[in-house]
Design a protein around this ligand. Sequence first.
Ligand SMILES: NC(=O)c1ccc[n+]([C@@H]2O[C@H](COP(=O)([O-])OP(=O)(O)OC[C@H]3O[C@@H](n4cnc5c(N)ncnc54)[C@H](O)[C@@H]3O)[C@@H](O)[C@H]2O)c1
Ligand SMILES: [Zn+2]
Ligand SMILES: [Zn+2]
Length: 377
Amino acid sequence: MKITAAVVETESGPFELTEVALDDPRPDEMIVRMVATGMCHTDLSVRKGQTPFPLPAVLGHEGAGVVEAVGARVGRFSPGDRVIISFASCGVCAGCSSGRPVYCGHWTELNLLGGSRLDASAPITRPSGPVHGHFFGQSSFASHALVHERSAIKAPDDVDLEVLAPLGCSVQTGVGAVLNVARPQPGSTLLVFGAGGVGLAALMGSKLTAAARVIAVDINPSRLELAHELGATHTVNSAETDPFDAVLELTGGVGADYAIETTGRPAVLETAIACMASGGTTVVVGAPPLGTTIPVDVPNLLGRGIRLVGTNQGDSDPSRFLPRLIDLHRRGSLPFDRLIHRFPFDRINDAAAAAMNGTVIKPVLVMPPVSEKGIHP
Ligand SMILES: NC(=O)c1ccc[n+]([C@@H]2O[C@H](COP(=O)([O-])OP(=O)(O)OC[C@H]3O[C@@H](n4cnc5c(N)ncnc54)[C@H](O)[C@@H]3O)[C@@H](O)[C@H]2O)c1
Ligand SMILES: [Zn+2]
Ligand SMILES: [Zn+2]
């Protein structure tokens, strides 16, 4: 079928709304008409060539929409179902069968490197040459996405899809980094570096724990204000104050028990490790360019029992985790709607500019209404 997609043709180039063809769904796939798609920093790092994905490409990995067609073996969804789309996983490897689809043995090929299905077939094509799709199993900067049944989660009728879209990556990553990975003990001190889409989700997650102190660190004063409203007990503007000194002061010289690093900056990760109390855990979430390394003070790490843990998607299993996050949202405990700013789909370049200059935390692209023929105008 013909669809409209935002194609990035070249590294650091604009998103260009283009007509492309979407393949028919295979027996275990479905076509989802997109209603809204969040923009995460990872879309922008791919565009910049810092995260590997072949260009030209259709990016977008926080989609939400309505199922339009299902393959013959799709059992859990029917046309008309409202869904949130998250990453792809194979469903049969050791990671998938142990309930950790985010550590699927095929994760990288399925979500990043390939730009195609696992068998190398192209979900998106055009006569003028190749265009890569299947980004995080969806490529949802488009009017429609081809999605494996495993990547979709049913959305409830009473919450806007525009609000739910960012659950598929940044919200589950931030909340999951706290609840699934760090798991702060009552009375502990948690540090969150970066108060963007992921960091603020982590801060909201911290409010669901019994951590006594939650310190947000950023260089953007308005984000720190919001961090304070959403869960931080203290904020540090690291453009003005050395976060290491501030953390030592706030913890009586002991350091923090946990840090969630979401800036993707190696120097900030080094600071996070330096801020740890003995036995502390630094959780690495932010994604610097491929090949980035940091020096680690090994005797400090082993002598003080400091843990350095990476996480993909906050260790989430979306099919189990997202319904819980939606329930908490309904109860007012996870107000992730406060992070979003809506843009019409054709203003995707303005959305990207606003995310990059820090004026908008979580752009959500809203697709135009469906015309009477069921095709986007
Ligand atoms: N591990 C995962 O599964 C996963 C999932 C989603 C996103 N990510 C990555 O997480 C990172 C955050 O994504 P996002 O969408 O929240 O990005 P974002 O741009 O919304 O947030 C980053 C924040 O870091 C702040 N910052 C920048 N430099 C800083 C510094 N030196 N000190 C303190 N704060 C600083 C910015 O002001 C901003 O608020 C990105 O690297 C993204 O690729 C990883
Ligand atoms: Zn993301
Ligand atoms: Zn797998």
